[in-house]
Design a protein around this ligand. Structure first.
Ligand code: GLP
Length: 239
């Protein structure tokens, strides 16, 4: 793993964002795996601003997202699809026909098979962006007994519900989600992980220095050949 430490999340956004802009310019039809949550927002802002300035075009890229809540309409203000539209897609020239998302209201097994096939048909994911949960989860793969493979339906833990329920003000936060599995994430050719703030410090330490165990799902990244971790000093404090 390559570890990069920055003073603050703005610097991370500039560094990771400029990496993406250069990558897309060199590989205009690349396949990108995106993530939701606060961690990637400055990176998305950088990419959107670069588009606005004419420095990059997203019109030929294809995208997949990590996860989506169950039992929430796709266009609900708290869906991850809406999050991506608001934070990136609507601010660029991305072709929405090339945007794929897990459907949290579909049959989980059929949706998992569809997503796996769709990723394969695009030749796999070139770069998967990740955040990390306070309990070491990646996407919505919570700590558990074993590492998962393809997309599956997960029951969210109390830690995740506590962290994410602040965003839900009109409906209760869903307790289930569809998430890409650990296997789907690990098959990405390159992985970029962003973690900021002291609430992530222990999970970051367990991911990098702890044993590889499904009790810290992010620890599996130690076994991926091409991972770059972008941290602020608070998230890196226990390394
Ligand atoms: C959610 C998402 C994850 C994300 C994590 C951390 O649970 N499913 O993909 O990495 O939260 O989010 P944040 O970046 O807001 O701390």
């Amino acid at each position: 793993m390559e570890i990069k430490i920055f003073n603050n999340e703005k610097e991370i956004g500039e560094a990771a964002g400029s990496f993406y802009v250069d990558y897309i310019n060199a590989n205009p039809a690349c396949v990108l795996g995106f993530a939701t949550g606060a961690s990637p927002v400055p990176t998305y802002e950088y990419i959107a601003e670069s588009y606005k300035q004419g420095k990059v075009s997203l019109k030929n890229i294809s995208t997949f997202n990590l996860d989506e809540y169950c039992d929430l309409p796709k266009d609900h203000k708290n869906s991850y699809f809406t999050f991506m539209c608001e934070n990136l897609f609507s601010k660029t020239d991305i072709n929405m026909d090339n945007v794929d998302f897990l459907d949290g209201n579909a049959d989980p097994d059929e949706e998992s098979a569809r997503y796996a096939e769709a990723i394969k048909a695009k030749g796999g994911i070139d770069i998967q962006l990740l955040g990390i949960g306070r309990n070491g989860h990646i996407a919505f793969n919570e700590p558990g007994e074993e590492f998962t493979d393809e997309a599956w339906k997960v029951t969210l833990t109390q830690s995740t519900i506590d962290a994410n329920s602040i965003y839900f003000d009109d409906v209760p936060m869903p307790h289930y989600a569809l998430t890409m599995g650990i296997g789907s994430i690990m098959r990405s050719k390159k992985i970029i992980m962003i973690a900021t703030g002291s609430s992530k410090a222990q999970a970051v330490r367990d991911m990098i220095k702890g044993p590889v165990t499904p009790m810290c799902p992010a620890s599996i990244l130690q076994q991926h050949p091409d991972v770059t971790v972008y941290l602020d000093t608070a998230a890196a404090a226990l390394l």
